[in-house]
Design a protein around this ligand. Structure first.
Ligand code: AMP
Ligand code: MG
Length: 449
């Protein structure tokens, strides 16, 4: 039996970062930047106003107040995207809209709220603006002016190679005028279910046959962590069927199979895998998910990693979480892939009396009064997928610990931060200390795994 850490280390040693590709930034959400992105121009390009109001010379407002307003002649207006053709001479002002460049001669903007806003737009085609405005407050030089280059300066390195593209990075890339960006490619992950007992969802039910849950759960995990799943369907338990499906799967960047890797069954998966590639069969010191196959196949000069997950649906999901997820993230060029782990108070007694294995019990973590509580979500049998559906975390009960008593602390690997948002309901707990309605305050994770 090998430890989770050892298995992961061996597995990741065989997984390579994929080549780069060019993509539209919006298609690259969650991908890793494969280039340094620099600015070819200033953002904003020109000094501009952060408020709607009047651009003027600050000295013209000296001593202005409600009781003693300063009257300025309005010589025109300018909106965002245009440039005012003229100078703001002493005693004049230009009506200006947020984002519009500051006209020559002006050195401050006074918002409408600090004027008597007497001005009404002349009817269409009525010629240039005319009239006057009374300023009710003194303006400091530079007031409400955003300087050219205050966000980004020409030549600045803005985003570095290796950055994971979140919505904010995608916005930054767009602000630089880029409609293409170089990123590490997403892995195509072939997903294969094995077993004569399996039916595709949608097929009519038959006797002792069961529906293929694994392919769908695993494909969804692949997608969630940034890969592109390719479902190969179900391979019957025959050498021919299995060999053909595996060959088909080797066009992908990684192959994930489920079932047929446990000891003492009649499956021929093990034989076929061993014949087609280099495969190690491990028993990993974890519960659920003990039997795991890992190997590599050679095809057209490429080396394709293969993860053989256990058949039981919870085992396959948990094993994917611990091994498939990091593999995908490494292929995508991600350097940080650890999950947050929080220390929570067990609300149940949790026993771990089998052979020494880390117990990843499915639990629901909630937060009350600044503390986390972990409650088991039901039966922990490795075929009970519904208790996985109720969970947002997995306990990390060390192999040598036989039991965690109710009220004791336990480390929990967080799969999701919130049950509420996924279930479409909000808990009122801790609502008093939330900064925004509809948000939950989450303390930083204690560690990661
Ligand atoms: P095996 O490793 O093939 O012995 O499978 C272990 C258990 O997992 C058996 O009860 C299988 O029926 C079940 N199983 C295998 N593959 C799937 C699947 N794709 N969906 C749901 N259950 C499965
Ligand atoms: Mg089987």
């Amino acid at each position: 039996m090998i430890s989770i850490e050892e298995a992961l280390q061996q597995l990741l040693a065989q997984v390579q970062v994929l080549p780069e590709e060019k993509k539209h930034p919006l298609q690259a959400l969650g991908q890793v930047l494969a280039e340094d992105v620099a600015a070819g121009f200033d953002i904003p390009p020109l000094d501009n106003t952060s408020m709607d109001g009047y651009a003027l010379r600050a000295e013209d407002t000296a001593g202005a107040s409600e009781a003693s307003p300063r009257e300025l002649r309005v010589i025109g207006e300018v909106a965002a995207g245009y440039i005012f053709a003229g100078d703001v001479e002493p005693g004049t002002a230009v009506r200006i809209m947020t984002g519009a460049p500051i006209p020559e001669g002006a050195d401050a903007v006074v918002p409408f709220e600090e004027t008597d806003e007497p001005f009404t737009r002349p009817p269409e085609g009525a010629g240039s603006l005319s009239g006057s405005v009374h300023v009710l407050k003194e303006a400091a030089t530079g007031a409400n002016i955003r300087r050219a280059g205050e966000d980004v300066r020409t030549g600045d390195g803005v985003l570095g190679r290796g950055t994971v593209l979140r919505p904010q990075e995608i916005g930054v890339i767009a602000s630089l005028g880029r409609d293409e960006v170089r990123v590490i490619r997403r892995p195509v992950v072939a997903v294969l279910s094995t077993g004569d007992e399996l039916l595709e969802p949608g097929q009519p039910r038959k006797g002792s046959r069961i529906y293929d849950a694994n392919a769908y759960g695993i494909a969804a995990q692949v997608r969630r962590f940034g890969g592109e799943p390719r479902l190969l369907g179900i391979a019957a338990d025959t050498v021919e069927a299995l060999t053909a499906k595996i060959q088909d799967g080797l066009a992908a960047d990684m192959l994930i199979t489920s079932a047929g890797v446990s000891k003492g069954d009649y499956d021929i998966v093990k034989d076929v895998l061993a014949k087609e590639g280099k495969v190690a069969f491990w028993t990993v010191a974890m519960k659920p998910g003990k039997p795991l196959a890992f190997g590599t196949f050679e095809r057209d000069g490429r080396r394709i990693p293969h993860i053989g997950l256990p058949g039981n649906p919870v085992s396959s999901m948990v094993a994917f979480e611990l091994f498939g997820r990091p593999a995908i993230m490494k292929m995508m060029g991600k350097r940080e892939w650890l999950r947050p782990v929080v220390r929570a108070i067990a609300t149940d007694r949790i026993t771990n009396v089998d052979d020494p294995r880390v117990f990843l019990a499915r639990c629901a973590v909630t937060r009350r009064d600044g503390r986390y509580y972990a409650s088991l979500t039901g039966s922990q049998g490795s075929g009970i997928l519904t208790s996985m559906a109720k969970a947002n975390g997995l306990t990390l009960i060390p192999a040598e610990v036989d039991a965690v008593e109710e009220g004791e602390e336990v480390d929990v690997l967080m799969l999701d931060w919130s049950l509420g948002d996924e279930w479409g309901s909000w808990s009122d707990e801790g609502a008093g200390d939330t900064p925004l309605p509809g948000t939950t305050v989450i303390a930083p994770a204690d560690r990661s795994f």
